[in-house]
Each structure stands twice: as structure tokens, then as C-alpha cells.
Ligand binder design. Structure first.
Ligand code: SF4
Length: 356
């Protein structure tokens, strides 16, 4: 007799044979699953693995992470981007130490009381580390499930997540929750890709709506995004007595706690040269003179595109003050490595070091 949830069993059988090796899979302790899930937000598995290994070596448990300096945590996050994740993770570790005695709770709702843990991460930690039977719904799962069931709802709307969650809830109740959730995510990553899913190799092809009805290119449904705005920024690498000025971004800013070269947004009708001189005056109270313009550096963030024009400048007058930052420092060029910088500033450092 045909069993009711055969597709889930087919999925799990496929997962157990085809899953990629990942350090948090080999040893799925709650803390490791948590760190991996925070790192995997917006970042690919292959990129995350070396960061994860280094991070776990340095901060092997909640207590070590909670008691570390924020700048040390940011240093180990440097290059992964989306630094608010690291700052929130650090604060969250402190609250886990304070309120849960350093142990993540084996409870879907209580996990969500921890900063940075929403329904998705709570479901991932819950199912993978504790076997709690609650479905994960991430981008990969949206794609597989809307195709499999033929759900034509816009996946950017919150109610679509609820529809998928309700669809999966009775299914996961009858399975190994860890294998089921990871199987769906892995199938989305390896087989059911956005543009060219390998349906012939898919364990769900016998009953997949999109495959059987030739609707793959129509699913998932997603409303088009608005155009991403472009921003031009000029920054100064100010040289004085063999040292360079850097500023620490404010905690409540994007990339807060990281160090950068001072500078800012170009205003209407202003040349980039005028921008950099004005920004230095406003941000540090110093007057600088431009020595040389370096090659532009471009970077794409989730909500805007940035073109940064770096200028090597000399100090003319004024003592550097932290007017719009948390701190300013004159550092030796050989000390760049000691401070956590956003990726875009690291690109600028590379450009600068080529020119001197
Ligand atoms: S059969 Fe194709 S479209 Fe359906 S879940 Fe599998 S890979 Fe995705």
C-alpha cells in the first residue's frame, strides 16, 4: 500500500546519500548550528566553512563568545559582511549566558526570545540540534515547496511563509526532523536550482507539480524588486608623520564597531575633491589637502550600490576629533591588520598599498 508521506521519505533517502559534508553537520551541537545559521544568512556554504572553523576555534562555546571583546568578534567576522549579525550574535551570547546559563534552550519558542533568532533559525537549531519537529522555511525551501505543491503565491509576502509552514507541518511530524529540513534545504541548493533544476535526478520528480505540469519557470512567484540606488562616496587616507587616520563607526550605524577611513557622500553640485575636504572637516575637524586620487572601488550592498573614490591626503591643520564616529586613531600602516575593517575598506587598503 502507498504510504501517505512517501515524498518526505524519498527526500530523506536522497539527503542521506547526497548531503555535503559541513562541520556543523558532522557535529550538530546547538551552539555550532546557531553560529553556522547566522553565518549562512546571505552567504554561501563554501565561503562560510573556513570562517566557521576559525570562529569555533577562537570562540568554542557560548561563554567564550559572550566574554570576548566586540572588536575581537568583529575581527573573526571580517570579510563575511553584514556585521550587525556579528554584533547581535555577540550580544545574544551574553544574554544566553545570563538567562539560560550558557545553554541554548531546546524549545522553539524560547529560542526565539534570543536576539537574532527568528522562526527560521529557531527551526533550524531546533530540528538539527534537538530533533524538534518544526519546518524551516528559507529561500531554498520556498523554491522547492512552491514548485512541488504548485503554490502560486508571491513568496515576498509573509502570508506565503505561513502557507508553506502549514503545508510542511504535518509532513515533518512523521519524519526525522533534522534530515527532513536539511534535505529540503540541500535539495534546493543542489538540485532544484532557481534557473535550471535537475529534475531528472530529483527524488521528488514522481509527484512534483511544476515538473509534471511544465511550470518550473513560473515558480516561485516573486514580485519584482525596485531598482537599487547608487551612491558616490569620497574618502581620505590622511597621512601624518608616517601614520594614517582611521575612524570607528558608531555602534548604531550599519557596520557599527568597524574601523574605516573618514569620508562621506557626495552632495549635489559638488566635485568628489570638494566632498572629501568637506567631509573631513565635518567628521574630524581637520583641514586636509589632496595629494593623489586612487582608483574607484565599487561595492554592492543589499539596498544600494556604492562607488568609493579614495584620496591620499596630507594633514594641513587641526587635531583629529571623533565628531561623527565613536573614536579616531592614527595608526601605522603595518597595523592595518590589527583593526576590523569592512570589506570595502580592505579593498581600499589594497589599492593604497599598491601606490606607496
Ligand atoms: S522535480 Fe524539479 S522542480 Fe520539482 S522539486 Fe525536483 S528539481 Fe524542483
Amino acid at each position: 500500500m502507498k504510504k501517505q508521506y512517501t515524498w518526505a521519505e524519498d527526500l530523506i533517502d536522497w539527503f542521506l546519500v547526497n548531503q555535503r559534508e559541513m562541520p556543523w553537520r558532522t557535529d550538530p551541537q546547538p551552539y555550532k548550528v546557531w553560529i553556522s545559521e547566522i553565518m549562512l544568512q546571505q552567504t554561501q556554504v563554501v565561503t562560510v566553512i573556513p570562517y566557521f572553523d576559525r570562529f569555533i576555534d577562537r570562540f568554542p562555546d557560548v561563554q567564550t563568545l559572550a566574554e570576548a571583546d566586540q572588536s575581537d568578534v568583529l575581527k573573526y567576522w571580517e570579510g563575511l559582511g553584514y556585521y550587525s549579525r556579528a554584533r547581535n550574535l555577540h550580544k545574544a551570547a551574553q544574554s544566553v549566558l545570563e538567562f539560560f546559563n550558557g545553554v541554548l534552550p531546546a524549545d522553539y519558542d524560547r529560542l526565539q526570545t534570543i536576539q537574532g533568532i527568528g522562526p527560521y533559525i529557531a527551526a533550524a537549531i531546533g530540528s538539527i540540534a534537538f530533533g524538534i519537529k518544526v519546518p524551516v522555511v528559507d529561500g531554498n525551501v520556498f523554491r522547492v515547496v512552491t514548485r512541488y505543491y504548485g503554490i502560486f503565491e508571491d513568496i515576498s509576502k509573509p502570508k506565503t511563509r505561513d502557507i508553506i509552514f502549514k503545508e510542511l507541518e504535518p509532513v515533518i511530524k512523521k519524519c526525522n526532523a533534522s534530515h527532513f529540513n536539511q534535505g529540503l534545504m540541500e535539495l534546493g541548493a543542489l538540485v532544484c536550482s532557481p534557473t535550471s533544476p535537475d529534475c531528472k535526478l530529483c527524488p521528488l520528480n514522481k509527484s512534483c507539480f511544476a515538473y509534471m505540469n511544465n511550470k518550473i519557470s513560473e515558480l516561485p512567484v516573486k514580485a519584482k524588486k525596485k531598482a537599487v540606488p547608487q551612491m558616490n562616496v569620497a574618502i581620505a587616507i590622511v597621512e601624518k608623520d608616517g601614520k594614517i587616520l582611521i575612524a570607528k563607526r558608531r555602534q548604531n550605524q550599519m557596520l557599527g564597531g568597524l574601523w574605516e577611513f573618514p569620508g562621506g557622500k557626495q552632495e549635489a553640485g559638488e566635485s568628489l575633491e570638494e566632498t572629501v575636504v568637506r567631509e573631513l572637516r565635518e567628521e574630524t575637524g581637520m583641514t586636509v589637502e589632496i595629494i593623489k586620487r586612487l582608483t574607484d572601488v565599487r561595492h554592492v550592498f543589499s539596498h544600494f550600490k556604492l562607488t568609493i573614490t579614495p584620496f591620499i591626503c596630507s594633514h594641513v591643520k587641526g587635531i583629529a576629533k571623533a565628531i561623527t564616529s565613536d573614536d579616531v586613531k592614527w595608526i601605522k600602516i603595518s597595523d592595518f591588520d590589527k583593526y576590523p575593517f569592512p570589506t570595502v575598506n580592505k579593498k581600499i587598503i589594497k589599492e593604497y598599498l599598491k601606490k606607496i
